[in-house]
Design a protein around this ligand. Sequence first.
Ligand code: R5P
Length: 301
Amino acid sequence: MPSTPVLLCFEDEQENAARIAQAAGHQLVCIDRHRFPDGEIKLRLPPTLPDHAVILRTLNDPNEKLVELLLAAQTARDLGARHLTLVAPYLGYMRQDVAFQPGEAISQRIVGRFLAGLFDAMITVDPHLHRVAALQQAVPVANAVVLSAAPLLSDLIATQRPQALLLGPDEESAQWLALAASRHGFDHAVCRKVRLGDRAVEIALPDIPVSGRQVVLLDDVVSTGHTLAQATRQLLAAGAASVDVAVTHALFIDDAWSMILKAGAREVWSTDCVKHASNAVSMSAPIGEALTRIGAMTMTR
Ligand code: R5P
């Protein structure tokens, strides 16, 4: 009789972990983490693990978390896990996918290979894959599952702003716009964006009327908030009746959230891929279903 898979989590992600574990029917265990005065960390996992173990770590603020994953994954193998799945609802380091200047590290490739060396499968949500077609090219694990929050964000928008015009702030958001718009038949378009620096962007609005429309800006990630704040300001200046924001990953660095609200956005909705006060949609059900599928595949081997 195969034993129930275990979902291992860290203390700061316990709430989301409980939702995912319930959706997947996994046993939930929190990894004990001690931080020494010199900054090193020590982890303690359950002394024995079932064949299939899952580690949840969302990879915003990723640097220390990558070391945690190195320690946790290798310890899980030592403790009996033969199949290891990573659930990283937000997958950091995906945006540096080429060397823009000679000598630059291609972080996506390096971090992707690092994770693939630790795990057999991974699940993530709306990864920022711009110049690669599939997650497996960036993270070459045997089983790489990409989920999108666009359908659930679209459902929320349909209840809150049924006549919404969905806009993406840049061409890269077109994939999520298409998914969200087709689900409820929303009008949609994307802006063009030129990034001038970490905290400076120029946006050209699409060539469709926005005057009097209830616009919802939809994007994969808000980081410094400049993209969505700038788009909000321009849309209101162009006569939009209202602007709301829906994002998958709520990084909200520094004052990003208040900056977007000060720009005039009415509501900011995000998913629980990254814990934030703006969370309005949970991805636990689709993540739980994906885990159940992976569990079934491991049992047939
Ligand atoms: C970029 O292509 C992404 O989709 C986001 O638009 C971008 O990362 C947001 O960054 P920020 O919030 O710093 O403007």
